[in-house]
Design a protein around this ligand. Structure first.
Ligand code: EPU
Length: 425
């Protein structure tokens, strides 16, 4: 038997919740530790399933990894293996981020193709083309990305799309290349700035972090460091939407509100009263039923695709009609099928969805298809009558530390029922 959540409808969330380090930062910072022999310490790490999975990936190339509460210590040996083949590789997308560091350090990598959420096509062409520009060969062989170089040299690289993963892999490989690399149309997500900051502490020379042009002057060697992960803006935004949907009053700490400017502006348009606390957090109060707002997903600083399920869930209980456009992952609208089970008046046409708000959703059994869809269904369940069963909750556990505990502390009633399934091992 696997686990599900019983979500009791009718909650109004109030109180304070603290956000810890960002999943999509910590996993890449762990990969960056491969670039320096010795012990790298990462603090403010979230207690989520993906962290021990990434630790297994690093162990498969010879690292010693210790997880102690919210601190992860990675000891990278002098002799690393270039083959990352742990079974954990197929369980998370971020595992592919060992590619750049291994090519950078060893000039050779064989990395099993990554897994991760079923949210649409996730090719690696931009990762491979970037490494080729730096002088490596790259092919897909027997389920692995294989890359090899005699030496890496700086290059001008234009990305077709500001891919987060491709920017990170190229950045980490270029840090140890000869000469200067310029990455144009680079991703600008705060997590990229975080990894650039850590690489800088390790001795890398990077300019332009947080902008669409990154300039990397390669150095011969990097040294280990201690680095604190930035707060998880996606988790912070999840609590913001939860407050707005339940007409609640929630203060969120541990996250920089500058990373959520567009999100908080959208919630203001929906009728929320939003107060921000510089660098520290924000408060969202929703006095009345939310009003409909349109959402368009785009790379940062646009509205994050990871938050699209929450935009749909909010729209489904708002007054009026919302148009939601998904520009990054076409399969993310699968979430809407589950929302329809809960009584949402929603339909999709290509990468657009039209959602007409209803006064109240209606409880039903629903299935999480990925981390964010799972969290979105739980929030929707809080706005439904009766008890909504949310299944396949191992997805939620991959991205949200203490999700149920935090919601219950804010006044929700959610019970975790059953025993963990095989996926959560
Ligand atoms: N793409 C390509 N070729 C490539 C790389 C990407 O066509 O070589 C396309 C993808 O198919 C997609 C778009 O570019 O359409 C954006 O992909 P990106 O590379 O930016 O995404 P990612 O690095 O694979 C990270 C997050 C995702 C988040 C996206 C977009 C991690 C581990 N994952 O994925 O987070 O949705 O950026 O912001 O950092 C989540 O946390 O739930 C999650 C799915």
């Amino acid at each position: 038997m696997s686990e599900h959540f019983d979500v009791h409808g009718g909650a109004r969330l109030t109180g304070e919740v603290e956000v810890v380090g960002a999943k999509n930062s910590v996993l890449k910072l762990m990969a960056a530790a491969l670039l320096a022999e010795g012990t790298t310490t990462i603090t403010n790490c979230p207690r989520i399933l993906d962290v021990p999975l990434m630790a297994d990936v690093l162990r498969s190339v010879g690292c010693d990894v210790e997880i102690d509460d919210d601190v992860v210590r990675i000891t990278t040996p002098a002799e690393l293996s270039h083959e990352a083949s742990s079974s954990a590789m197929s369980k998370l997308r971020a595992s592919v981020c060992v590619l750049g560091p291994l090519v950078g350090k060893l000039k050779k990598a064989v990395v099993a193709l990554p897994g991760g959420d079923a949210i649409g096509s996730r090719p690696l062409d931009m990762h491979q083309n970037g490494l080729r520009k730096l002088g490596a060969t790259s092919s897909i062989e027997h389920g692995c990305v294989v890359a090899e170089a005699d030496g890496l040299h700086g290059a001008q690289i234009w990305l077709d799309f500001p891919s987060v993963g491709a920017t990170e892999n190229i950045l980490m490989a270029a840090a140890l290349a000869d000469g200067t690399t310029v990455i144009d149309n680079a991703a600008r997500e705060p997590e990229i700035a975080d990894i650039a900051a850590m690489l800088g502490e390790m001795g890398a020379k990077i300019e332009g972090a947080g902008t669409s042009t990154l300039t990397v002057e390669g150095v011969a060697e990097l040294k280990p460091t201690e680095h604190r992960v930035i707060g998880d803006r996606i988790v912070g935004a999840t609590w913001a939407f939860a407050a707005a949907m339940t007409r609640g009053d929630v203060t969120v700490t541990g996250v920089d509100p500058h990373h959520l400017e567009l999100v908080l502006e959208k919630l203001r348009l929906a009728g929320a009263e939003v107060t921000t606390y510089d660098g520290k957090g924000f408060r969202v109060r929703q006095p009345e039923r939310p009003e409909s707002v349109d959402f368009v997903t785009l790379p940062y600083p646009g509205f994050a695709t990871d938050l699209q399920p929450f935009a749909v869930a909010l729209s489904s209980v708002s007054e009026g009609t919302s148009m939601i456009t998904e520009n990054v992952y076409e399969a993310r609208f699968r979430f809407i099928e589950e929302m329809v089970r809960l009584g949402a008046d929603a339909r999709t046409d290509g990468h657009h969805a039209v959602v007409r708000g209803v006064e109240q959703l209606s409880s039903a059994p629903v299935w999480a298809s990925d981390i964010r869809a799972g969290a979105g269904l739980v929030l929707a369940g809080l706005c439904a009558d009766g008890i909504t069963e949310v299944w396949d909750v191992f997805h939620i556990d991959r991205g949200y530390p203490n999700f149920v505990e935090n919601l219950n502390r804010l006044g929700a009633r959610i019970d975790r029922v059953g025993t963990p399934g095989p996926e959560a091992d």
